[in-house]
Design a protein around this ligand. Structure first.
Ligand code: ZN
Length: 153
């Protein structure tokens, strides 16, 4: 179990220090700004959806703690190629995972993605950190819904 925890920490540190897709998206079809006042995390999520509602590109800008940045980095990788509905569903499942709300049934097409998010499951022991881990996801959902701003408070 300790080895696993160390591996998880490595992944979080890696994504926190070297975030993937940390850039603005000039041709984004929607974007939103998210704030987590409790921790001071702030980020903007950019999404580019193709005409069929598939996430063609996802990126983010901002600053925050390692958890919030790592989660945003992982998210932009994982939702690419997914439909809007799949991206929303992945957030729902990830939220259950991060908040420790028990076992969940996961559709097969999202099993690998949720597996990769297991690295963030440790936050469930720290309710404050759950907001860091889910900030990018709340922001992504806001962008899809046409909202410009979202706050975890
Ligand atoms: Zn944070």
């Amino acid at each position: 179990m300790d080895d696993l925890r160390e591996l998880y920490q490595e992944v979080i540190l890696d994504h926190g220090k070297h975030p993937r897709n940390l850039r603005a998206l000039a041709d984004a079809t929607c974007s939103a700004h998210g704030r987590n006042p409790l921790c001071g995390d702030q980020l903007t999520v950019y999404l580019k959806l193709d005409p069929n509602g598939i996430v063609e590109d996802a990126a983010f800008e901002g600053r925050g703690c390692a958890i919030s940045v790592a989660s945003a980095s992982l998210m932009t990788e994982l939702i690419r190629g997914k439909t809007e509905a799949q991206a929303r569903l992945l957030f729902e499942k990830f939220h259950h995972l991060a908040a420790g709300e028990g076992e969940d049934t996961v559709p097969p097409e999202l099993a690998d993605e949720l597996d990769r998010l297991q690295v963030l499951a440790g936050v469930r022991q720290y309710p404050v950190r759950v907001k860091c881990a889910t900030l990018a996801w709340h922001t992504m959902q806001a962008a899809l819904s046409g909202a410009r701003e979202v706050s975890t408070e």
